[in-house]
Design a protein around this ligand. Structure first.
Ligand code: GLA
Length: 378
């Protein structure tokens, strides 16, 4: 399969009849464990994956940003004055807005991607980071991955309107090939851990997509804030297992369940990082499976399709653990699978899931990849 960079460069040459000045890429991600903990100042264990978004671009002499893409209508905006609309250009506009549009100059380019869209693999964070990298490179600025992640995150929250945590942007900017990252979302400390080579992470796309994810996601965040307020603390990061035994009497059961998930998930994530370091893939798999149960029963962000996919995966050869990944509600789950069983795992999970008729499955192994980078520059 041709890489997204090659496809972007080729499409650019066709459209603009010249070579691009720059080709950049930014990857999607999966999160092994640490579901909905990032916006509670907790721990997550994501990895950037070998599915990515590429942009081939050249500068313009005016303030227009013109974006073309295979699947979507071309779109353009003027850095001197642009408004909030809907559509895929909002991610690029949001980045320009967060970087300070008056300091930027225009460019035109082609966007391609190998990340399934809207599938909880962070196609939007990848587009944000790739856009930020084009702006940065064409204006000859220094690329600081953590700063870029913060800027892209600001775009997501302040412009697009999803009150997300920073995990997706951070890992798309800072991933390391062959490694997962334990990220402390309170102080942004990153610990890179090499993945054991006897297992593969397999992406399990349920073929389902959901429009209302944003409002449900923002509601979970509000419930977590309500829980923290109820316990009289700034964030659920500071809640202990013991505190959960003595909740404030007026706390709603649903809110207490959200808190319980976050406290236990933080501990599971730390344990999972230790399991990676110890090369204990079976333990890692068990923690991943427990995470799914808690996200399903206590945090209520799974769906029938995601549950069916996880069940299908858990019953297939070589599966050490499976869970939904990303925000939830639809999209993808992941499984940790013994290297030697990957082919039969994929076949059997596909046929088990298919009989549930929730959607057409797409199942593929992925590998931990590097974060956003410039691929060619002239
Ligand atoms: C989405 C958000 C992340 C994170 C996950 C859930 O991917 O963008 O910040 O909260 O959901 O873990």
């Amino acid at each position: 399969m041709e890489s997204p960079e090659d496809r972007a460069a080729e499409a650019f040459r066709k459209l603009f009849r010249s070579n691009p000045d720059v080709v950049v890429q930014a990857p999607g991600r999966v999160n092994l464990i640490g579901g909905h903990t990032d916006y509670n100042e907790g721990f997550v264990l994501p990895m950037a994956i070998d599915r990515r978004t590429a942009i081939a671009a050249r500068p313009r002499s005016d303030s227009i940003v013109l974006l073309s893409s295979g699947g979507f209508p071309d779109t353009a905006f003027d850095l001197k004055s642009f408004a909030r609309e809907t559509g895929w250009a909002e991610y690029a506009k949001g980045v320009a807005w967060a970087m300070g549009p008056e300091s930027l100059s225009g460019w035109e380019g082609v966007v391609t991607s190998s990340i399934p869209l809207g599938a909880s693999l962070s196609s939007s964070a990848a587009l944000e980071l790739a856009t930020a990298l084009v702006f940065t490179t064409l204006s000859e600025r220094e690329w600081d991955p953590v700063l870029a992640a913060r800027t892209a995150h600001q775009a997501e929250v302040g412009w697009v309107g999803v009150n997300s945590g920073i995990m997706d942007q951070l890992i798309s900017a800072c991933g390391h090939a062959g490694h997962v990252t334990l990220l402390d979302c309170r102080d942004m400390t990153q610990t890179s851990l090499s993945m054991p080579d006897d297992v593969r992470v397999v992406v399990l796309d349920t073929g389902t997509r959901r429009e209302l994810t944003t409002s449900d996601y923002n509601e979970r965040r509000r419930e977590c804030e309500e829980a923290a307020r109820g316990f009289g603390i700034g964030s659920l990061r500071d809640l202990s297992m013991g505190d959960l035994d003595n909740p404030p009497s007026e706390m709603r059961e649903v809110v207490l369940n959200r808190a319980r998930h976050i406290v236990e998930e933080n501990q599971r994530t730390l344990d999972a990082a230790q399991a990676v370091a110890d090369r204990d893939s079976e333990r890692l798999g068990r923690l991943i499976a427990q995470s799914h149960v808690s996200l399903r029963d206590r945090f209520s962000v799974s769906s029938n399709a995601l549950d069916a996919m996880v069940e299908a995966a858990m019953a297939s050869p070589g599966c050490l653990g499976a869970r939904m990944t990303g925000a939830g509600f639809a999209g993808c789950a992941i499984a940790l699978v013994e290297q030697d069983n990957v082919a039969s795992f994929v076949r059997e999970t596909e046929s088990r899931y298919r009989v549930t008729s929730h959607g057409e499955p797409t199942i593929f192994p992925c590998a931990p990849a590097d974060g956003a980078s410039v691929r060619t520059r002239r």
